[in-house]
Design a protein around this ligand. Sequence first.
Ligand SMILES: [Zn+2]
Length: 580
Amino acid sequence: MRFRNIILLVIILLPITVFSQTNNNYSKTNFIPPVNIPITTSGYFAELRDNHFHSGIDIRIGEKEGLQVYSPEEGEVSRIKIQAFGGGKNLYIKHKNGYTTVYMHLQRYCDKIEEYIRKYQYEKQTYEFDISVPKGELRFQKGELIGYAGNTGSSGGPHLHYEIRDTKTEHIINPQNFGLLIQDTNPPEIHSIMICPEGEYSKVEGEKWKKEYRIKKNEKEIGLKENDTIVVTNEVYLGIIAFDKSENSTGRNGLYSYKLIVDDKPIWYFKIDEFSFSDSRYVNACIDYEQYIKTGNRYLISKKLPNNLFSNFITDKENGIIDFEPNQVRKVVYELKDFAGNTTTFQFFLQSTPPTPTIVHYQKNENTYTHLFHWHTPNKIEDEDIKITLPKNALYDDAQVTYSKTKDTTNGSTIYNINSLSPLQLSMTLQIHVPESLITNPQLSSKLLVASLEDKHLYSIGGKIEEGSIIAKTNSFGSYLITFDTIAPTIEPKNFVSSRKIHSSQNTITVIIKDDLSGIAKYNGYINDKWVLMEYDGKSSTLIYNINKSELNLQENKLKVIVSDKSGNTTEKVFDIILP
Ligand SMILES: [Zn+2]
């Protein structure tokens, strides 16, 4: 590293102290834990997830749902959101101290909230909704019961997802900054390190590819151990997979912070205490996205991509790239810390070797065209039947994008393959020409959609018809085609048989609803022709009616279920529900 950069680095790294001082503001609050059990976790704040950083802490509640959840401070409900997917039953409580606490995947709410939402649901005839609650409507004392932890929405098992947000900015903050105590005496654990050649003329151990190294835990294992030396050519950058394991917590929680130090100078510092939702997608720029797509491994990289505007890392003038004088040996140290301050360090060496000639094997596919997309300009691919556009700043770095057209062997429709190993920060627009015969047939044109093709499965990305084309937006590169959804959803009984007596211990009537392509848009249940609340659980495709004797009040009742998909195909079924 050259001298002027060392000075610059000192200046750039100064804000680290400012970083940690902001914690004092949080500590002026006096939140108590939202549950009455010692806190163990199945997920940490800012963990790396699909297209986002995890916005809360996942608190374990055992295998059983129904653990009581308490308001951590005096406050009032500001928002209630119920979704079939996502957070399921969500609750937002606004506190006077300037923060809002958020709870997701609740099994149910406390009686006073349940009463409030039931009224709303029957009035609007909907299970799902997202509403602001007027001031003073639902107040809670500190420590008062607000609900029960559960598994609703897209949850992988019973747990409480707990968040603290700044009410004004809506920034999400690590609840541990507010004194939420998680017993943790285990230092973070490095799983593997990846060394990546930067640019065309760089190599790692004589090869042009990224190399992954497992960290050796004992002599028998193969991998990288403390003080090993790896030879590289020209310039490289690094990636790391690391976890934190807290007491009694399941498996691996995400890493809180790490520093990369080269020859005793820090070149990269990564730590997330707070972030905004609009920045959450930058997770794809903080990991090696290409490696993630190829192997499923999420390496946190210490290289700043030109359009990575995420504010929770600090780097040097070289953007994390490590360069070498001929034959120079450089000492590399990783320093990892968890929130409790437990520290892990790992040291190894990189030694530069002169370049050797490279044999390149060109592979050319006649029908595939490669385009270079620039991150700082708009990009476009256009031919006679498709226009693909990407606004400026949609990419984190310049990217190779290949484009080809193939035919679906089963029905002959055209598949547009727009491929790249780069992630997208902003969405790409596909404008595909639709044959006249389809557009002019109103029965077919209303069922048209664009789908992505992944492992022989179709996933709808929707689309609207405009001037002879269908226009759809997508968040990722891939293969796309025009197709129809003409098949209506299915409705099948799950825990009863129509016209047969239900079981006396039964307290729900459940049906399974599924759609093949465009997805479920509307669902309604009626008992003896009166609308009743049916709760839709997306992950299990079930529609659940909780038996209410004042609604299910005849010996023989008619349950009518009507389900529509997003293309307007509707199924209606009537079941005879006989009481025992
Ligand atoms: Zn969560």
